[in-house]
Design a protein around this ligand. Structure first.
Ligand SMILES: Cc1cc2nc3c(=O)[nH]c(=O)nc-3n(C[C@H](O)[C@H](O)[C@H](O)COP(=O)(O)OP(=O)(O)OC[C@H]3O[C@@H](n4cnc5c(N)ncnc54)[C@H](O)[C@@H]3O)c2cc1C
Length: 566
């Protein structure tokens, strides 16, 4: 086993990881930075972001308005000091990307264009057609490769964090090409490993979104926060789940039930289709439950009608959406409505970190979707996530750089590495059990989809937890067919499944005691928001018996909780 040494190691090459790498490299040319990614960087999920990136750029809009929209959208669970910082930093990130070459869509007079988006009361989503993430990622990747002090480890897979005395000292990483495990010795680590929507089957997310970094941090003693809050996006394409951007509604698309009715008028009469995602997803689910969905061989769906926008606007603003709908559903949105229904989309929860992206573990930072800095509370507004990745990617890069410059390398205990090698190669790869990874994965997704979906009830959550714990037992008896080392995708799938099982458990364990409905956490058995008892964040700590929960208060600065109506 070889030990590699870098001042800062960033795990993840999505928007957050790349932005952090550039920020650290700009902070000091003396810092030696590694970026590890299990996929080639521009295959990170960020490249799929479609609709836009929120920032205040124009007269008529204001930081306070963006902050208020975010706080109200979060159902008052966001920490307001962090939201205020977030909205203040956002415009600078847009301009910075502009200077680095991001091809933002333009207005007729050449300014950066902005479109309306769900839950925002001003058109503030900067976009590059409907391929915003694609262009942001290529801009950042191009920028990052220009620095001599950033080294990329593409197709390397991190398996664990090495911690001693509450200090993060390094990581264990498999080079997927050779199958060898390496230790990375480092002063500071930034986790930027993205979300875990792949605990579900019907999701907008890439197959790589398995929350590895969250579980790795959790098992190393860092708490996960607010994991019960999972966002369901109202417009997942039927049957694949591929995203149809909220920008389609931002550009004026309608949601229609089987009676041809724009039903959102009964749920959010003012904002209609542009209400926040939790509200629209609940409305669609209710319509379907009441028999007002349209029928398809893949079950009932809702129609997203763009026909009135006309071919020219669809081609200019939503070219990807048209292409995707034609190729994957056989429907041309110029001529027919698109079949959609809610799909698992985003995790508001993640690794517990503060406004500086610091976690309770010294030298360990978290940014992007894997983190929970409390910007999004119980429900994230569309286009606020890419902004989050840019703003807090920058913060993480700078904070880690400061830390690395004022701390020295620590010795990595060899025993810890050997233990991890035994876990991965002997216990998981070497095991000759009779359970299949794909079978357990499908079971997990079934449980989550049936019992931990848009609506969740106490008795269902209890039975989901029981079933899931049973699956975790069964996992101990898995068998990976390919025993080789080179690009062993079977081993990667097993490791990812192992990570997601823990996350699914934490998600349900957090949802069960939260006897209220807030944002994306909707309990028909407790339909009201309960600020007296539940205006607080959930922290889940790893124990062998399952998560131990604690709660911490929400920071309120300017906006006391109020009725959330749209
Ligand atoms: C289809 C789609 C459209 C979206 N559209 C928008 C939008 O328009 N606006 C918006 O604001 N948000 C949008 N979002 C959400 C937003 O794109 C994501 O939340 C955000 O891009 C996540 O970025 P990230 O950097 O945190 O992680 P990711 O981009 O997911 O990157 C994760 C990185 O971690 C690496 N990694 C993970 N595990 C390991 C491991 N074990 N070892 C090594 N490397 C690892 C991966 O290789 C990858 O490089 C969208 C999401 C989806 C799915």
């Amino acid at each position: 086993m070889e030990t590699l040494t870098h001042d800062i190691v960033i795990v993840g090459a999505g928007l957050a990881g790349l932005r952090a790498a550039v920020a650290a490299a700009e902070f000091s040319s003396k810092i030696d930075i590694a970026v590890i990614s299990k996929v080639y960087p521009v295959r990170s999920h960020s490249v799929c972001a479609q609709g836009g990136t929120a920032a205040v750029l124009r007269e008529g809009d204001s930081n306070d308005l963006h902050a208020w929209d975010t706080v109200k959208g979060s159902d008052f669970l966001a920490d307001q000091d962090i939201v205020e910082f977030f909205v203040k930093q956002a415009p600078e990130e847009i301009v910075t990307l502009e200077h680095w070459g991001c091809p933002w869509s333009r207005t007729d007079d050449g300014k950066i264009n902005q479109r309306p988006f769900g839950g925002h009361s001003f058109p503030r989503a900067c976009f590059a057609a409907d391929m915003t993430g694609f262009h942001e990622m290529h801009t950042l990747y191009g920028k990052a490769t220009a620095y001599d002090n950033i080294k990329f480890y593409d197709e390397w897979f991190v398996t664990s964090l090495i911690v001693e005395d509450n200090v993060a000292k390094g990581l264990t990483v498999i080079n997927l090409k050779t199958g060898d495990m390496h230790a990375f010795r480092t002063k500071a680590i930034i986790m930027a490993t993205g979300g875990y929507a792949r605990i579900y089957e019907f999701t907008t997310f890439s197959h790589t979104a398995t929350g590895d970094g969250m579980t790795i941090a959790y098992r190393a003693g860092v708490p996960l926060k607010d994991m019960e809050f999972i966002q369901f996006h109202p417009t997942g394409l039927v049957p694949s789940g591929i995203l149809i951007t909220g920008g389609a509604r931002g550009e004026g698309g309608y949601l229609i039930n089987a009676k041809g009715e724009r039903f959102m008028k009964r749920y959010a009469p003012e904002k209609m289709e542009l209400a926040p995602r939790d509200i629209v997803s609940r409305a669609e689910t209710t319509e379907i439950q009441e028999g007002l969905g349209l029928e398809s061989p893949y079950g009932p769906y809702i129609a997203l009608d763009l026909r009135h926008l006309g071919e020219e606007k669809i081609n200019e603003r939503l070219p990807l959406i048209r292409d995707v709908a034609i190729k994957l559903s056989g429907v041309d949105p110029v001529k027919e409505p698109i079949p959609i229904r809610p799909a698992a989309h985003y995790s508001m929860g993640g690794i517990h970190a503060n406004i500086k992206t610091e976690t309770p573990l010294s030298g360990f930072y978290a940014a992007g979707e894997c983190s929970c800095l409390n910007v999004h509370g119980a429900n994230r507004l569309g286009t606020n996530s890419t902004t989050d990745c840019l703003v807090f990617g920058t913060v993480a890069g700078e904070e880690a750089a400061k830390y690395a410059l004022s701390n020295s390398f620590r010795e990595i205990p060899r025993e810890k590495i050997l233990t991890e090698e035994r876990r991965v190669f002997d216990e998981i790869l070497g095991r000759e059990g009779d359970e299949r990874v794909s079978v357990i994965r499908d079971e997990m997704r079934r449980i989550m989809s049936e019992k931990m979906w848009v609506f969740r009830k106490g008795d269902e959550l209890e039975s989901a937890l029981k079933e899931l714990r049973n699956l975790k037992e069964r996992f101990k008896n898995i068998r990976v067919e390919d025993k080789g080392r080179t690009f062993n995708t079977g081993l990667v799938a097993a490791l990812q499944l192992d990570f997601t099982l823990d996350l699914a458990e934490v998600t349900i364990a957090g949802a069960l005691p939260r006897t209220e409905s807030r944002g994306a956490h909707s309990r028909p058995d407790y339909p009201k928001r309960d600020d007296e008892n539940w205006l607080k964040h959930t922290l889940a700590y790893y124990t062998k018996e399952g998560p131990r929960l604690e709660y911490i208060p929400v920071t309120i600065t300017k906006w006391p909780p109020a009725v959330r109506a749209y």
